[in-house]
Design a protein around this ligand. Structure first.
Ligand SMILES: [Zn+2]
Length: 69
């Protein structure tokens, strides 16, 4: 089972590590005030935005760019 597959171009990311190295960090989408989890948004090489679920502790370790939605 692959970690993630881009539905647009079919790029397969076998592991989370591969996903992180081959995609471009866009920003963090926060779900305040509930804040149960956050989504890290990353761009595939085809410009499709893929989301990775982050725990709150991971968010603190990630350089944060506010994602306005
Ligand atoms: Zn793609």
């Amino acid at each position: 089972m692959a970690y993630k597959v881009c539905k647009c171009c079919g790029q397969v990311y076998k592991t989370e590590k591969e996903f992180l190295s081959k995609t471009k960090f866009i920003g963090i989408q926060r779900f305040d005030p509930y804040n149960i989890f956050n989504l890290e948004l990353r761009d595939c090489k085809c410009q499709t935005t893929l989301a990775r679920k982050l725990s709150n502790s991971e968010v603190r370790l990630t350089p944060s760019i506010a994602f306005a939605c």
